[in-house]
Ligand binder design. Structure first.
Ligand code: GTP
Ligand code: MG
Ligand code: ZN
Length: 370
């Protein structure tokens, strides 16, 4: 198998150079099951585990390999075990916020979880049924802009949508910069538009709520029932995920596509820049506010408020923007808190068995700083 077919490019090659030695080769992560990483390389498919040094250095979930990652595999001679010793820098990655750690219920440690790495395109799959929701599209768009991959909006289930034109217009009004395709995976219409993003060496991921038809789209592209699909379309919204595994799949056009379990309430993990991309027209309007730091609340001569009054800006959209912005501020705050918690845990580990207590250590380091 040629590495280029798996998405290998000169940038990855550069990153690989320092690792190049006997029994070490680059491979791409295709799927993950518990501790087992299914990878593909020039030597074909194999199962690898993660080397101890990755475990040791990991500060968060995002430091472990994700589906789509290019990794360095070291193989013991004569068919011995294989382990992943490094992850090559990601060229894009789609992630979400997760809470983990002992105090999970009360928020726990805020961590980033990488769902898909090194994607060229992320298809945001929205069902043209009860799933249809402009605010959800904005949330996904922000995450995809943040990932570095190109967002493409896919409106599925066109066959059961009585007002397709109106739905398309509504989406175009809030996401004019992203390509938009309406299709029916069930009736296999409109799917060809997706092939443009799936030529050899290209990788795309499907994201969206459960039941929007991600797996049905894959089956239609493959022309076979490879992925399990929810049996009743009426079960949409029941919260059960049909797909439970993230994995990369070759499509006949030569590209790779990644199926994902549906994400229920997807939590933002992004920078404010990504939000600005999603809401670029609001950012533009805000340029004309009298004050640079206008919060578009009660400030005089606020261009945003004026635009809403004059009907040039939809109030719902503006509220959505404010809501996501608040969420990002909150995220920044909890990131800081979590890194302090991680730091504390690290020091506890280091000081374990020594005579110095954490309190003392912290007093010492404070004195030093003065
Ligand atoms: N009417 C109609 N139903 C569809 C279409 N595509 C998918 N469905 C139905 O929607 C339901 C959910 O489809 P899945 O492909 O399992 O959805 P999914 O996004 O993979 O769901 P998860 O794996 O749970 O995330 C199934 O009953 C499909 O038959 C479509 O184009 N039109
Ligand atoms: Mg599925
Ligand atoms: Zn303003």
């Amino acid at each position: 198998m040629k590495l280029e077919k798996l998405g290998w490019n000169p940038i990855f090659k550069d990153h690989f150079t320092p690792y190049s030695q006997e029994n070490t080769f680059p491979a791409r992560v295709f799927s993950i099951q518990k501790e087992n990483y299914q990878v593909l390389s020039e030597h074909g498919e194999l199962t690898a585990s993660v080397a101890g040094k990755i475990h040791y250095a990991a500060q968060s979930k995002s430091d472990f390999p994700a589906v789509g990652d290019w990794v360095i595999v070291a193989q013991e001679p004569k068919g011995g075990s294989s382990s992943i010793v490094a992850i090559l820098p990601r060229q894009s990655y789609f992630s979400r916020k997760v809470a983990s750690g002992r105090k999970r219920r009360s928020g726990g440690i805020t961590e980033e979880q990488v769902i898909a790495a090194n994607m060229d395109t992320v298809f945001i799959v929205i069902g043209l049924d009860r799933d249809f929701n402009l605010r959800r599209i904005e949330r996904y768009l922000t995450l995809v802009y943040d990932s570095g991959a190109d967002p493409v909006i896919v409106l599925n289930k066109a066959d059961i949508c009585p007002d397709l034109e109106s739905k398309i217009a509504q989406v175009e009004a809030i996401a004019s910069a992203a390509p938009l395709h309406a299709l029916s995976a069930k009736e296999q219409t409109g799917l060809n538009a997706l092939l443009d993003y799936l030529s050899p060496g290209n990788t795309a991921a499907l994201v969206g709520s459960s039941g929007t038809g991600k797996s049905t789209i894959i089956n239609a592209l493959l022309g076979e029932e490879r992925q399990e699909v929810k049996s009743l379309s009426s079960s949409v919204g029941k919260g059960q995920h049909t797909t439970t595994k993230r994995e990369l799949i070759f499509v006949p056009s030569g590209g790779l596509i990644m199926d994902n379990p549906g994400l229920r309430e997807i939590q933002l993990w992004a920078d404010e820049e990504a939000l600005k991309e999603t809401f670029r027209e609001i950012e533009e309007i805000a340029q004309s506010c009298r004050f640079n730091d206008c919060r578009h609340d009660k400030e005089p001569q606020c261009a945003v408020k004026k635009a809403i009054e004059e009907g040039r800006l939809d109030e719902e959209r503006y509220r959505s923007y404010q809501k996501l912005k608040k969420e990002l501020w909150y995220l920044e705050e909890s990131k800081g808190k979590s890194s302090r918690q991680t730091e504390r845990a690290k020091w506890e580990r280091i000081l374990e068995g020594s005579d110095i207590s954490l309190k003392e250590m912290s007093r010492l380091s404070k004195t030093k700083r003065k």
